[in-house]
Structures are given as structure tokens and as C-alpha cells.
Design a protein around this ligand. Structure first.
Ligand code: GDP
Ligand code: MG
Length: 671
């Protein structure tokens, strides 16, 4: 016998932490609403017959955002054997609002009362037995973070599910709402059974005016009429609208239950501390300067203080390895072309990218600190006002900040936006945030042309990305995406000390991703590029790569880039191959120039670019269409090829225009 459990709860209540505890897996945990956007499943440790599914966090079962739809569809259509409803005990009133709706589904259910460590530490307590009796379902106090109560939770969940023990109570309502729900339940009981929907849930949803539920039922005109009539009666009796009436009914019940069962002397330590910190970090005056200061500090540490020496160390290691390999192959008298393929193609190509590993890991280290501590959610808040000016809401700030790491998860996280308009616009603008894969490109150009202005160039490129996003927002707001962003409501999680485990895990994941990319896509691209630049169309090996197949292809497109100031076929080829993965721009240029050392590379790049056109090249790379992985992600999220292609065209067009302006205007000043 196998049992399927849905793990449902509010955002940031600790679902993923619990999921990891239960299954022993390593899903990403973040102190940030909206981290889990897809459902994930896994068998429970020591109970292989039980499978849990981690669902995105939701506040209600109304289908307003796509996460709510994912969760709702799952519980309604997959018919799980049990629901484990995780409730943040430090925020119990708000969390129980969802619990009451889940109970209506009539599925065996247990509440995992999480974060009990924080409740205890602040001297508060919760009468679990009494609360459980009020709600009619078992409640197990746990701390997913501290690994307490997990065994008892899973035992209870398995017992409830295998005995098919449904919630004991459904009726949390009184007066007019009660009358309406019961009257409607009576009318639709046959249709609900036919559609496979739980009756109580169906009735409540009809009172609430939930369209999808109404459409699932095969109601005749008479029935629809009567239902509308019942609801109108209720509304006029109560003097509120249908949704408010239901919300009111649920909160009244919760308030009563909590008054009897929750002993709260004070806010938890974490909440008190958060209030103090927030007084500074989110203040009107200091909020933005502090954020900018923090970002500068992070960039400085990542790129200069720690990044540079670590990168040099990596470079030395790679050089040693390459030299060793070269002399080994020499000794073994390996054929000449193979030696060149391995050294000039693979080692040079992959090596040029590999040395960026420390910088990328550092960047993700800081991003995960920001996220885990709860600071990122504040920044979204502070930024809301500014983002509104360009037609977005603070909600869009999340994807954008993740975009500095990688566009793929960034585009996926745009899913948490409830309005279609905001979502599309965010997906379009996020890739303008310079992702970490582009760092090697900046590094290479800076090394060759601006070695003494590392930080300045780096920051200017990031700022250009942000600026173009802002201008695009203004443009789109008044043309394609007319309308207003939805109001920004996000609950601020308490500040928490980031868990070292979760931070290390993320760094390890990112390092793995990066290495995987280096040894798959970039490895293959380096080989292909090496072949294409070593042979001509008749497959004769060429001595001068400007006679190669690649040169011929590159020469076809090279003139396109003349207005931006470079017309060398190697530069245009690098931009094209960069679409596979941005790091490939570097490996391609390294292979094509055949440079063995950084100094040689700098010298040859000096013949391809002037400092000005090199800068214009950077501007183009930061803005033009993202890599295939990000393209695929936008296709998935936008739901159409057309959307994804138009988006890429817009981005590439913007890159072309802005880079041209930079070069042409720059030429007026620099000769
Ligand atoms: P989700 O959004 O519901 O998946 O929540 P996460 O699992 O990502 O956790 C949200 C935050 O709460 C993270 O910072 C966790 O480290 C923290 N957290 C989770 N469980 C506990 C707990 O039992 N005690 C404490 N103090 N923190 C926890
Ligand atoms: Mg999660």
C-alpha cells in the first residue's frame, strides 16, 4: 500500500525545510516568500510506502496566482491520501486561515505546528490538545529547523491517512454564512459528487463566487439562479460582499480558537528583533542608501578582495595542468592535431571559463545570505515605490535580483506574480540584469583593456543593464503593457540567522551547475569551434584560421557589427556561440585567438577592438538575448514561442541600439 501526502502551507512556513527532513533530500530553502514555485516529491525516509509532495506556499485556495493553482489542482485532482498542513506557530492566526479551507476538502489531515523552537524561546506557548479539539484534526508541534517532532509527525500522518480519518469538524460558520453554505450544499450535492469535488468545499467556493469551481459543476439555469439569489440575500443581510463575508467567518472562528489556546506574552524574540532592525533598514530615508552600500560591499568583496586572488590561483592551477598535459602528450608522441585540439581547443576554451568558479560561488554565497536572512524581502518592499514608476511592483524585484545570479531561476520565479501583465513584463526585463555567466566576458575585456579600472567598468556594465531595464519599463508601460501593476502585498519574514547548511548547500549546487556547464556545453562548443576554425571547406587543415570555415561564416555576419565598432569575424562568431551559454563567448575568443597566455590574449584582442569598441562589445553582451536555457525558460513561462522570440528580438534590438549609441557617441570624444 502506498500513501501520497501533500505538504501544504503558507509561504515561508518551513515547508521545504520539513520536506528535506522527511525525505532526506536537499531542496533549496530560503527565508523568502516564493522560493518553491514547482512541486517536488520524494519518498519519506524509513517509510518508503509514504511519498510527500512539496507544494508552493499559498494563503488560500482561491486561484489567484499560478502557485495557488498548482496547489489547488494537486489536492483536487491527484486525491492525496493525506494533507500535512504546515503552520508557522509564530504567526498562527494567519496560517490557520488556509487550514480552515484545507479542512473543507474532507481529506485526512494533520497540522504540523512548526517553528515551536521560536515560540518556546520567547516564553509563549500553545495548548496543542485544545486547539486540536477545536479544529477536529490532530496537531503535532515540531521544529523542522531543529529536527524536533518529525518522527511523531510522520507516524501521525501515516496513521490518519491509512485509517482514512477525515477531519471531525467542517462547520466553522454561524448565522447568515452558515445558512447560505448549507442551502447551497443541499442544492449542488449531486453535481459535486459527479464532478468529484468535496461537497463542503464546493459550497463554500460557490458562496465565494469562485468561477473555476462553478464551471466544473454541471448546473442548470434554475440552480444557478437560486444560488445567486441565496448569495445576494446573504450579502444584503450582512452588508458585506461574499468574499469578505467568508473571510470574516473564518477569522472570527480563528480568533476565538486562538484566544482560548494560544498564550502569548510577547512577540517572539525574532519578531521583536525584526522590528528593531526594520526601523533602520526599511526606513524611508536610509533604506535605499543602505541597500546600495550593501551591494557595493558585496561586489567589492566578490570581485576584488577575494575574487581576484582566488581567480589568479585557479588560473595558475589550470596553467600548470595544461603544461603538464602538453609535455605528457609530447612524450607519448601523440599526433600533432590531437595535441592541438586538446591544448588549444579544450584546455584553452574550458580553462578560460573555469577560472571564474570562485567568483561565481562567492556571488551566490552573498545572494543566499541576503535571501536567507530575510533582507531581500525588505529590499523588495523598499523598491516597490521605484518599480511602480516603471510599471512594475516590488514583487518583480525578486526575479530581478535572482537575475544577477542566473536568468533561468529568475524567469521561473516570475511565476509568483499574480498578474499576467506584471509577469510578462518581468520576464522580458529580467535578462537585462547581468547574470553571473557574463562575468567571464567582463573579466576578459577588463584584463585586456582596462586593467586599472576593474571596479568602475564592472559597475558601469551592471548599471547599463539596469538603466536599459528602466527605460524599457517606461516605454512598455505606455505602449504594449498598458495598465497598472497589482498592489504589492508580501508579508515580511522575520530576520533569521542564515543556516550554514543551507548556504553551503546552495554554493555547492551552484559550483556543480557551473562545472557541469563547463564540462558539457562549453567543452563541446570549444571542440566544435576548434574544428571549424582549423579546417577549411574542403576539410584541409589551415595554418591561418582566417581561411577556415568559421571565418567564412563569421565574415558573413561581421559587417552587421560595424556600427558598434568591431568587424572582426572572431568577435561576431563569439557573440553567436555565446547564445549556447554566455561563458562560451570567452572560450570561443580564446580558442580563436590561439592565445596561450593572458598577455598574448590581451595583445590579440587589442587588434580586434579599440578600448571604445571593446566597451561597446561589453554593452552588447550584457543586453542581448539570453542563453538557450533562459530562452527555453521564457518560452515555458510565457507559454508560447511567439512570446519568447519577440522577447529575444526586443533584447537583441535593444543591445544593438544601445551599443551603437555608446560607440558612436564615444567616438565623438575619443579618437
Ligand atoms: P517554505 O517557503 O515554506 O518552503 O519555507 P522554507 O522551508 O524555505 O523556510 C523558511 C525559513 O524558515 C527558512 O529561513 C528556514 O531556515 C526557517 N525555518 C524553517 N523551519 C524552522 C524552524 O522549525 N525553526 C526556525 N527557527 N526556523 C525555521
Ligand atoms: Mg519552499
Amino acid at each position: 500500500m502506498s500513501l501520497l501526502f501533500a505538504l501544504a502551507g503558507n509561504q515561508n512556513s518551513g515547508k521545504t525545510t520539513l520536506f528535506n527532513r522527511l525525505t532526506g533530500s536537499n531542496q533549496h530553502v530560503g527565508n523568502f516568500p516564493g522560493v518553491t514555485v514547482e512541486k517536488k516529491e520524494g519518498p519519506v525516509k524509513k517509510h518508503p510506502e509514504a511519498v510527500v509532495v512539496d507544494l508552493p506556499g499559498i494563503y488560500s485556495l482561491s486561484p489567484y496566482t499560478s502557485e495557488e493553482i498548482v496547489t489547488r489542482d494537486f489536492v483536487l485532482q491527484e486525491h492525496p491520501d493525506g494533507i500535512i498542513n504546515i503552520v508557522d506557530a509564530t504567526n498562527i492566526e494567519r496560517n490557520l486561515y488556509l487550514s480552515l479551507q484545507l479542512i473543507e476538502l474532507g481529506i485526512p489531515m494533520v497540522i504540523a505546528l512548526n517553528m515551536m523552537d521560536e515560540v518556546r524561546a520567547s516564553g509563549n506557548s500553545i495548548k496543542v490538545k485544545e486547539l486540536s479539539a477545536e479544529l477536529g484534526i490532530p496537531i503535532v508541534p515540531i521544529s523542522a529547523g531543529k529536527n524536533e517532532g518529525i518522527d511523531e509527525l510522520i507516524d501521525t500522518a501515516i496513521r490518519v491517512a491509512s485509517q482514512k480519518q477525515k477531519p471531525l469538524k467542517y462547520d466553522f460558520c454561524e448565522g447568515e454564512v452558515h445558512k447560505a453554505i448549507h442551502a447551497i450544499a443541499h442544492i449542488v450535492s449531486d453535481q459535486a459528487a459527479e464532478a468529484g469535488l468535496p461537497l463542503r468545499f464546493t459550497a463554500t467556493k460557490l458562496v465565494e463566487g469562485d468561477e473555476p469551481t462553478r464551471n466544473l459543476l454541471k448546473l442548470d439555469e434554475d440552480q444557478k439562479h437560486i444560488i445567486d439569489h441565496i448569495v445576494e440575500d446573504m450579502e444584503s443581510e450582512l452588508g458585506t460582499d461574499r468574499e469578505a463575508a467568508l473571510a470574516d467567518m473564518r477569522y472570527t472562528f480563528i480568533e476565538k480558537a486562538c484566544a482560548a489556546c494560544v498564550i502569548k506574552h510577547q512577540e517572539t524574540r525574532e519578531q521583536l528583533r525584526s522590528e528593531k532592525i526594520d526601523a533602520v533598514l526599511t526606513s524611508k530615508f536610509w533604506g535605499i542608501p543602505i541597500f546600495i552600500g550593501i551591494m557595493f560591499f558585496i561586489f567589492w568583496v566578490t570581485f576584488t578582495l577575494l575574487g581576484e586572488p582566488l581567480q589568479n590561483l585557479m588560473d595558475k592551477g589550470i596553467q600548470l595542468f595544461t603544461d603538464g598535459l602538453a609535455s605528457l602528450m609530447e612524450m607519448a608522441k601523440i599526433s600533432d592535431w590531437l595535441q592541438r585540439l586538446v591544448i588549444d581547443g579544450i584546455c584553452a576554451g574550458v580553462g578560460s571559463v573555469l577560472s571564474f568558479l570562485p567568483i561565481i560561488v562567492l556571488l551566490f554565497f552573498f545572494l543566499s545570505l541576503l535571501e536567507d536572512s530575510g533582507y531581500m524581502a525588505r529590499v523588495a518592499f523598499v523598491m516597490d515605490k521605484l518599480l511602480r514608476k516603471i510599471g512594475l511592483s516590488g514583487r518583480s524585484f525578486v526575479p530581478m535580483l535572482i537575475g544577477f545570479g542566473c536568468s533561468v531561476p529568475a524567469i521561473m520565479s516570475a511565476r509568483t506574480l499574480s498578474s499576467e501583465r506584471d509577469r510578462k513584463m518581468t520576464i522580458l526585463l529580467t535578462p537585462f540584469m547581468s547574470c553571473s555567466a557574463k562575468l567571464p566576458i567582463y573579466g576578459m575585456i577588463i584584463m585586456a583593456f582596462f586593467p586599472t579600472h576593474r571596479a568602475l567598468i564592472m559597475i558601469s556594465v551592471y548599471l547599463i543593464g539596469i538603466l536599459v531595464a528602466i527605460l524599457s519599463g517606461l516605454l512598455l508601460k505606455s505602449t504594449v503593457f498598458k495598465g497598472n501593476p497589482v498592489p504589492f502585498v508580501m508579508e515580511l519574514p522575520a530576520y533569521r540567522i542564515p543556516s550554514p547548511r543551507s548556504v553551503l548547500l546552495l554554493m555547492w549546487e551552484k559550483a556543480k551547475d557551473f562545472l557541469r556547464k563547463a564540462f558539457t556545453i562549453i567543452f563541446m562548443a570549444a571542440i566544435v569551434i576548434w574544428f571549424l576554425q582549423s579546417f577549411d571547406l574542403r576539410l584541409n587543415m589551415v595554418t591561418d584560421s582566417s581561411a577556415s570555415i568559421l571565418a567564412q561564416i563569421g565574415n558573413l555576419i561581421a559587417p552587421l557589427f560595424t556600427p558598434i565598432g568591431f568587424h572582426d569575424w572572431r568577435a561576431s562568431t563569439a557573440l553567436i556561440t555565446g547564445i549556447t551559454a554566455k561563458e562560451t563567448v570567452v572560450s570561443t575568443l580564446t580558442v580563436l585567438t590561439g592565445a596561450a597566455t593572458d598577455a598574448q590574449l590581451a595583445e590579440i584582442l587589442g587588434t580586434i577592438f579599440t578600448p571604445l569598441s571593446a566597451y561597446a562589445f561589453l554593452v552588447f553582451t550584457v543586453l542581448y538575448m539570453p542563453c538557450v536555457a533562459a530562452f527555453a525558460a521564457s518560452k515555458r513561462e510565457l507559454g508560447s514561442w511567439k512570446g519568447a522570440i519577440l522577447t529575444s528580438l526586443y533584447q537583441t534590438g535593444a543591445a544593438y541600439v544601445v551599443a551603437t549609441i555608446v560607440y558612436q557617441v564615444g567616438r565623438l570624444f575619443i579618437h
